[in-house]
Design a protein around this ligand. Structure first.
Ligand SMILES: CCCC/C=C/CC(=O)SCCNC(=O)CCNC(=O)[C@H](O)C(C)(C)COP(=O)(O)OP(=O)(O)OC[C@H]1O[C@@H](n2cnc3c(N)ncnc32)[C@H](O)[C@@H]1OP(=O)(O)O
Length: 389
């Protein structure tokens, strides 16, 4: 027992000595200027703020204790005393941060909270919530939901190389932001018409093999992002979906569809073969026979059929689709985010490695298909307007 306590104590000391330099670095930049008066005024100000959430409250508590009592030297509460243990952990994590610095940090934190609560009391227009830096997407964050909307409505949200890259960026950012859930949807009448067939046209000077190689890397990385995405991922399928936008649905946690949506994977028509792990997820979800009709014979199915076969979670009438889906998602986004993330990971981890292996194998086959006459002719026929789906 004595040994356990000692080990804990040594660990805490280690943690302190590791954390102090980083905190001091921050402090030296802010040049310790908060007076006792500033501190007292921050203490009164904090009572007027709207609830900043538990994480910030813990930070405020820890800084207050450090500023008024110095480093944490009280015994650690027991594991079942959850609230006091969280407070103790937050305070203890400040190590030997000087009292004046803690006071300054407290004042800065309260001042930041006051200004953000002033601005958040007004409803922000959509443009303000929109995250910058995307050309083919509109990415917004609201109500703990990150919404990634494909935004090429005039081209039926066909996925260009740039859009593949931007979706990967947006997913990576969403995996790290504060959102509880992430939603992929489309702008306009289509969810997405799948791979933009003009992706096949810009052949580099090194030749078509090189193009197939870079396409394979892009597709592998893209599908890997969906396999590895750590939070609940929802597709709001607002209209018809084609190709890659359908196959990756097997990697989502929930798929809501408008009654107007259809699901179409015309790989044979295009001289191609299944991707997005659909060669594994579709037979598993809908049974081998129904999966074969879609993946081999390119049968287009309705939202109701996709729901009956388990690919879609629920179908909503097109006229109320947006309202009903977002009401549902806002309610889900209020569930404890860590519990949701962990539950998702427990489910996904059972077959993550397998999915990566399937992705690699599908792409190996597809890369050869892209070099076939069947594929070249199908793409040429579309681009010269001889054929549509
Ligand atoms: C590098 C990774 C590769 C991963 C591989 C993935 C496999 C797939 O995703 S396979 C699926 C590929 N998609 C298609 O074959 C769909 C082709 N599009 C169509 O058949 C039709 O456009 C449509 C049935 C989706 C819609 O027909 P509709 O008559 O309503 O509209 P359009 O006038 O045809 O379309 C409007 C506009 O958008 C352009 N467009 C639509 N889809 C695509 C696309 N997939 N690729 C390129 N361009 C597309 C269409 O050409 C029109 O453009 P213009 O207005 O400039 O003519």
């Amino acid at each position: 027992m004595a040994h356990t306590k000692r080990t804990l104590c040594v660990r805490n000391q280690k943690r302190r000595s590791l954390q102090v330099p980083a905190l001091q670095l921050h402090v030296s930049k802010t040049a310790m200027r908060a007076s006792q008066k500033d501190f007292e005024s921050a203490l009164s100000q904090v009572k007027l703020l709207k609830d900043p959430g538990n994480e910030v409250k813990l930070k405020l508590y820890a800084l207050y204790k450090q500023a008024t009592e110095g480093p944490c030297n009280t015994p650690k509460p027991g594991v079942f005393d959850l609230i006091n243990k969280a407070k103790w952990d937050a305070w203890n994590a400040l190590g030997s941060l000087p009292k004046e610095t803690a006071r300054q940090n407290y004042v800065d934190l309260v001042s930041g909270l006051s200004s953000s609560s002033d601005s958040s009391s007004q409803v922000k227009p959509e443009a303000d919530r929109k995250q910058p830096g995307y050309e083919t997407l509109v990415v917004t964050y609201e109500d703990s939901i990150t919404k990634i909307m494909m935004n090429r409505p005039a081209k039926k949200n066909a996925v260009t190389t740039q859009m593949y890259n931007e979706i990967m960026l947006a997913l990576k950012a969403a995996s790290k932001d504060d959102s509880a859930i992430t939603v992929l949807t489309g702008n306009g009448d289509y969810y997405s018409s799948g791979n933009d067939l003009t992706n096949f046209t810009d052949i580099p000077p090194e030749g078509i093999e090189e193009k197939a190689k870079s396409g394979a890397i892009l597709l592998r990385d893209f599908v890997d992002c969906f396999i590895d995405f750590p939070k609940p991922l929802i597709a709001a399928v607002n209209g018809p979906a084609v190709g890659i936008s359908v196959t990756i649905l097997g990697l989502f946690d929930t798929v809501y569809a408008s009654s107007r949506a259809t699901f179409h994977t015309p790989f044979s028509h295009l001289g191609q073969s299944p991707e997005g792990c659909s060669s594994y997820t579709f037979p598993k979800i809908m049974g081998p026979a129904k999966a074969a009709e879609m993946l081999i014979f390119g049968k287009k199915i309705t939202a109701a059929e996709a729901c009956a076969q388990g690919l879609v979670t629920e179908v909503f009438p097109d006229s109320t689709f947006q309202k009903e889906v977002w009401t549902r998602l806002k309610a889900y986004s209020k569930l404890p985010p860590n519990a949701m993330r962990i539950s998702k990971q427990v489910i996904r981890n059972r077959e993550k490695e397998k999915l990566h292996a399937i992705n690699a194998e599908e792409i190996r086959v597809l890369q050869e298909r892209w070099l076939s006459d069947e594929c070249t002719n199908a793409v040429m026929n579309f681009l010269t307007r001889k054929a549509k789906l």
